[in-house]
Design a protein around this ligand. Structure first.
Ligand code: FAD
Length: 462
């Protein structure tokens, strides 16, 4: 039976290798540690958590909580490891990171059809392959990816602006317009008086920021400078930069405001807006407090915070299909943070989907697309939407889900309704998957000469 190569045994690669192996697909899992370390990893464990030990909320009313349920239903190894290694942390799923890494490593080392190769990969192999080498992919493999994707489609830094929900913007305080009237009403503009601007700059200058990792020093290139750094360069730097008011007239006063913060639509449904040019290293708490000083954003709900860090990722909207296959090569899949998802769990989840599809490909079965109404499907839909320009990484959040048909629900009620719809859509889909997985198992069993029942159970995740 065809072997699938998995490059990198991080969150995505470990999950992918496990999902393939339990479907009787032979796996060659490459991991360069401990011989070559990334600048952030410290151990030889698979799935090492390089920073926080939290896999976020378990609350069923959060996107992260629903994603956990979805992964559990698909028999996720990362979820099993997290639950086995969990430590008390209120409504978050926090883990003992060493136990977590040990669990993943021991499980994969114990699987007969997983061959573990501890060396750096420097070229993309021939044959079915899942690339899951993560945000700190080694330079040689980065070059290979660049050759494959094209120089314009591999990025090395995140310069992420915060994203807020449309419904949390106070529309009475802002106005829609594009600079010089070009581009219709595409932007939401938050006007600031001189006094408001000065208070905002004052807060930025003294804001608490996240300390950079040593390998992230001096990454600021012009066009990617954090707003607090711009504020420190001079009191009017922002007013001549991302907050310039030129070409805009506030309808309420009929005059050009002293400064303007622009918000641009971040999804097709118009439910999310990013704050243009507001990449920042401020702590999440400081972002919440200071960005809510902007007129119209007093009650802003943040679905993604701003950040700026080393992160290798592909321009997935141009390169990947919803199956996580490369557009130009059917047997090459990409998973994890390299696809432009953000977060431990999100990375593992894409590893799971890439593996489901790689297994199907080797068995000659049709590939799967996760429905858009589910949290996992909405995230994959976001990163693979070919209409998306100016791509930046995204975490799982309810703002990515298609709008509800029904009444204008808000706040908690809306989250609950979205979570329920996601659950129902996932259950319908997984029923189909199990049926199809039965067929897949029959193909796989035929190829492996194993009993169909055993194959069916494995493939169905039982
Ligand atoms: C510094 C930093 C801190 C982060 N903190 C958080 C956080 O607190 N919470 C959160 O949710 N997310 C965080 N992230 C984002 C992200 O969720 C994690 O990076 C996550 O580990 C990504 O999973 P992955 O499987 O894509 O990559 P990784 O988990 O990094 O796995 C990739 C694996 O590939 C290996 N590898 C790389 N190149 C090669 C090669 N050429 N050959 C063989 N093996 C190779 C690496 O050694 C690694 O084991 C952080 C990212 C970074 C860079």
């Amino acid at each position: 039976m065809t072997t699938v190569n998995v490059l990198g045994a991080g969150l995505a690669g470990s999950e992918a290798a496990y999902q393939l192996a339990r479907r009787s697909v032979p796996v060659r899992l490459f991991e360069m540690r401990p011989a070559s370390m990334t600048p952030a990893h410290r151990t030889a464990f698979f799935g090492e958590l390089v920073c926080s030990n939290s896999l976020k909320s378990v609350s069923p009313e959060t996107a992260s909580g629903v994603l956990k349920e979805e992964m559990r239903r698909l028999g996720s190894l990362v979820m099993a490891a997290a639950e086995a290694a969990s430590i008390p942390a209120g409504s978050a799923l926090a883990v003992d990171r060493e136990e977590f890494g040990r669990f993943l490593t021991a499980t994969l080392e114990g699987m007969a059809n997983v061959e573990i190769v501890r060396r750096e990969v420097t070229a993309i192999p021939e044959g079915p392959t899942i690339v899951a080498s993560g945000p700190l992919t080694s330079p040689a493999l980065e070059r290979a990816l660049q050759a494959l994707a094209g120089p314009r489609h591999l990025y090395f830094y995140d310069a992420v602006s915060p994203v807020v929900t449309a419904e949390s913007i106070d529309m009475a305080r802002v106005f829609r317009a594009s600079r010089y009237g070009q581009g219709g009403d595409d932007y939401i503009n938050c006007p600031l008086s001189r006094q408001e601007y000065e208070a905002f700059v004052e807060a930025l200058v003294s804001a608490e920021v996240v300390a950079p990792h040593p390998f992230e020093r001096a990454v600021y290139f012009e066009g990617c400078v954090p707003i607090e750094e711009l504020a420190r360069r001079g009191r009017l730097t922002l007013a001549f930069g991302p907050m310039r008011p030129v070409g805009l007239v506030a309808p309420l006063t009929g005059r050009r405001p002293f400064a303007v913060v622009q918000l641009r639509g971040d999804d097709r449904a118009g439910t999310l807006y990013n704050i243009v040019g507001f990449q920042t290293k401020m702590t999440y708490g400081a972002q919440r407090a200071i960005l809510r000083m902007i007129p119209g954003l007093e009650r802003a709900e943040f679905v993604r915070y701003g950040s700026l860090h080393r992160n290798t990722f592909l321009n997935s909207p141009a390169l990947l299909r919803p199956s996580l296959q490369l557009r130009g090569r059917d047997d090459l899949f990409v998973a994890g943070q390299l696809t432009g998802v953000e977060g431990y769990l999100e990375s593992a989840a894409t590893g799971l989907v890439a593996a489901l599809n790689a297994a199907r490909l080797t068995a000659g079965a049709p590939l799967l697309t996760v429905p858009a109404e589910t949290v996992l499907g909405s995230l994959i839909g976001y990163i693979t939407d070919p209409a998306r320009g100016d791509f930046q990484p995204m975490n799982a959040n309810f703002g990515l889900l298609p709008a509800l048909d029904a009444v204008a629900l808000r706040g908690r009620e809306k989250k609950r309704a979205l979570a329920e719809r996601a659950r129902a859509a996932f259950e319908r889909w997984i029923e189909d998957c199990v049926l199809e997985a039965g067929a897949h198992a029959a193909w796989a069993a035929q190829a492996a000469g194993a009993g169909p029942e055993a194959g069916a159970l494995r493939a169905a995740g039982r």
